[in-house]
Design a protein around this ligand. Structure first.
Ligand code: FAQ
Length: 331
């Protein structure tokens, strides 16, 4: 999308100008301080470029791995309407992955390199997608809590300093908003159903609440990518976003008629926020480190998709080569 007509200055084969230069740096900092966007052909410090490749590609990987827990339920959706909604949602997540890979490519890295980093386990993807979807209510809870957390994190990214990432986020957030609503609607319907359905919803909420809170990443004191805020990539810190999410979600849980599995969850008048219990960081780091319930299955599914798609990539290259020869002959 972004990358097709990108010709990079200074004669480099790909990627922006990498030479470090104090004048360029001053210009770059001034643009960031003024709230402007950095575009692919602009000079940028190498560390900024690397941080963006890391974050955008991990975000892209999260989207396409995130298709799996819900994709698993498409054939088992209880009605045609729910099947159509779920199919559209899962396709949207695949689309988000594609915008994000394209945005990362504008930074001078190839799709193959990014994909190789995912499949070899070098690059991370969101911890949340390593939990299993055990019952139909999980699909509603993913929409409500996981997409809800994703929107909370991604709205500020619409104003991030890197133009292609910020622009991709605008459309992604609109679609995530639909995802969140369809999930909440699904749960509202189930809560109006039988006792067994209400129990399924509560069970799903109990299992997904803490992993959703963990999605925002480690506490600020343990967050290592501090340059990200200075460069206007991350505009709100992990803990502040997590707090905003908890504050917004408690009321939604009340309306739904479910309890949140945290006895320490309590409104704090002095802070003007909800207090909540301690997060199990051992569990978080274990899942991030590859030892969650579904890490192995998720990567195996992505590897299979990559292998099964080899003929498509080969056909596309053959077509492009044929086209290029014809163009040369016609010239
Ligand atoms: N899982 O220094 P920080 C979605 C890592 S999309 C795994 O605080 P940073 C849509 C972090 O990478 C969900 N790893 O890092 C959807 C770093 O390791 P590294 C994805 C995590 O980057 C819905 C280390 O810990 N969203 O859900 C996690 O400043 C439904 C230290 O952390 C994005 O990617 C985690 N949860 O802040 C799809 C949004 N948290 O890289 C399908 C963009 C932290 O040095 C169905 N990303 N780590 O090896 C961000 O906003 C940031 O990257 C954070 C982390 C906030 C995730």
């Amino acid at each position: 999308m972004y990358t097709q007509s990108l010709s990079i200055p200074d004669g480099e084969a790909k990627g922006p100008r990498k030479v470090e230069n104090p004048d360029y740096l001053a210009e770059f900092n001034a643009k960031i301080d003024a709230g402007g966007f950095i575009e692919p052909k602009d000079w940028m410090p190498e560390a900024y470029r690397k941080t963006l490749i890391r974050q955008i590609s991990q975000h892209a990987h999260s989207e396409i791995v995130g298709m799996l827990p819900e994709g698993n339920w498409i054939t088992r959706a209880p009605s045609l309407k729910r099947k159509a909604i779920l199919l559209a949602k899962v396709q949207d997540e695949g689309g988000h992955g594609l915008y994000l890979y394209a945005a990362a490519e504008t930074l001078g890295v190839s799709r193959d390199e990014l994909y190789e980093a995912l499949l070899s386990g070098k690059a991370k993807y969101s911890s949340i997608f390593n939990y299993p979807t055990l019952n139909w209510a999980d699909i509603g809870v993913i929409g409500w809590l996981v997409d809800g957390a994703a929107i909370m994190n991604q709205i500020p990214l619409c104003k991030c300093s890197y133009g292609p990432y910020a622009r991709a986020m605008i459309r992604v957030c609109k679609e995530e908003s639909f995802h969140q609503r369809q999930g909440y609607d699904l749960l509202l319907q189930m809560m109006k159903g039988t006792e067994e359905q209400r129990e399924m919803v509560q069970d799903a909420v109990n299992r997904w609440w803490w992993p959703s809170i963990m999605m925002f990443g480690p506490h600020d004191k343990d967050s290592v990518h501090t340059d990200s805020a200075r460069w206007g990539i991350k505009r709100i810190s992990n803990d502040d976003l997590r707090q905003k999410f908890v504050d917004a979600t408690v009321k939604q849980a009340e309306v739904l008629g479910v309890s949140l599995p945290d006895p320490a969850l309590k409104w704090n008048e002095a802070r003007g926020h909800y207090d909540f219990g301690a997060i199990d960081w051992d569990e978080f780091w274990s899942v991030v480190g590859g030892n969650g319930q579904c890490n192995v299955d998720r990567l195996a599914a992505r590897q299979k998709a990559w292998d099964d798609g080899a003929w498509v990539r080969e056909a596309a290259i053959a077509h492009a080569e044929k086209h290029s020869v014809r163009q040369q002959q016609a010239a």
